[in-house]
Design a protein around this ligand. Structure first.
Ligand SMILES: [Zn+2]
Length: 413
């Protein structure tokens, strides 16, 4: 679990009330299908971990007593407002449902609502591979976005470690965050303290060797870093779900083809058709994420950082598995190679999607002016992740491989 947002308490409670009202009762046939699917894959009910003060404290060690009491009250309200969709949903379902409701609202604001009665259902599923995927329930045709149980934690851990690599100063009196994302400043910061490199390597290592980023140990960060990672994480998590939502909005599953992510059994085929749909889903997903982040008061760079974090983290995770398996980051299995190619292509196209979208909205002259402002810091998160990978994580994993450390069994099945 992680900071949910930066809204005021009043706004939070108002939002929860709207979530309660908006989510109509799903079709019982769809729910039966979903439960069977989850039961078949999970084989067990996930443990329901109570979110008491002790649990909150372990995740958010920086909180004061008053903040802890506030957050605890808020979680109690969330728990009473949002029921798990099925008995197989673990403790992260609330975060996913809140994020889905934010996207519902953005879809309505942007006038993209296709069928007001039938937004996609979001459900957690233990894939073993970090992912989210959209399917249609047979008979009812309802869309279900299946979110891996680890996805939110994976993005939380990566956001936190990346934010730690960004040097921060004390917040300005008006509450504005002070930080430096210039790569030379980041490099100097990484030379002055080993902690960011160590934390980043730890997330990647735990993910590759246990299949769970959440198995990395929890740690304290300065308050400015905590705010920074909260924002990057919010964008990354929103985009991961908004991309799937976009497949539904744009009708990508309507003609019965389910392999919108290019997955066909064990093989991942990257057809031009599937790639086109991925780009479209990214464009809409980016739009929805920017709307949600903009409403929370964050400028477009933060949105972009989160989106790049999502794509880069997936690439790094796959390269780490390869390095531990063969001692070479290019030693991927065929299916993994295609996944890396897909994430890489999406990352490359993002810049173009973003620029053309801006041009469409404000015209060429204004977009060129805005672009020159935005462009400078746009790829900060990508550059920091590349730096951490090249200089710290990859060399560390090579040593680990030489010492006989191998990827978790889940990556070899
Ligand atoms: Zn997709």
């Amino acid at each position: 679990m992680d900071p949910l947002s930066v809204r005021s308490d009043d706004e939070d409670y108002e939002f929860l009330r709207r979530v309660r009202l908006r989510r109509r009762e799903p079709n019982p046939d769809t729910m039966t299908f979903l439960e069977r699917l989850q039961e078949g894959i999970c084989q067990r009910r996930p443990p329901q971990v109570p979110l008491n003060n002790e649990a909150i404290r372990s995740m958010r060690p920086n909180l004061t007593e008053a903040e802890l009491a506030d957050l605890s009250r808020y979680f109690a309200e969330v728990a009473s407002s949002i029921r798990p969709p099925t008995q197989f949903e673990g403790s992260h379902h609330q975060k996913v449902q809140l994020c889905a409701a934010e996207i519902d609202e953005a879809v309505a604001r942007l006038g993209r609502w296709p069928n007001a009665d039938n937004p996609p259902l979001f459900a957690l599923m233990e894939y073993g591979h970090v992912n989210a995927r959209t399917i249609r329930a047979p008979h009812t045709g309802d869309h279900i976005v299946l979110v891996d149980t680890e996805l939110m934690q994976f993005l939380f851990q990566f956001s936190k470690a990346v934010a730690l690599a960004i040097p921060t100063g004390p917040p300005a009196p008006n509450g504005i965050l002070c930080y430096a994302t210039n790569i030379d400043d980041v490099r100097a910061h990484l030379q002055s303290t080993r902690e960011p490199s160590r934390r980043f390597a730890s997330v990647v290592f735990h993910y590759a060797t246990t299949g769970r980023a959440s198995s990395a140990e929890s740690y304290r960060v300065p308050p400015a870093t905590e705010r920074l990672y909260g924002i990057i994480m919010q964008s990354a998590q929103t985009f991961a779900l908004a991309h799937e939502y976009a497949h539904v909005l744009d009708g990508h599953l309507r003609d019965g083809r389910r392999d919108v992510t290019g997955v066909d059994g064990e093989r991942v085929s990257l057809s031009r058709w599937a790639m086109g749909l991925e780009m479209k889903a990214d464009r809409i997903g980016l739009d929805l994420t920017a709307d949600i982040m903009g409403k929370a008061g964050y400028d477009i760079n933060f949105t972009y950082w989160g989106v790049e974090l999502f794509l880069c983290a997936n690439e790094i995770a796959l390269k780490a598995i390869s390095l531990l398996r063969t001692g070479d980051e290019h030693g991927l299995q065929d299916a993994e190679k295609h996944q890396v190619a897909l994430f890489h292509a999406r990352r490359t196209a993002l810049d173009f999607l973003f620029h053309t979208d801006l041009e469409k909205k404000v015209g060429k002259a204004a977009s060129d002016r805005a672009w020159s402002q935005i462009e400078k810091g746009l790829h900060a998160v990508r550059d920091i992740m590349d730096l951490l990978w090249e200089e710290d994580v990859a060399p560390f994993l090579k040593v680990a491989h030489a010492d006989g450390v191998r990827p978790a069994a889940v990556w070899e099945s």
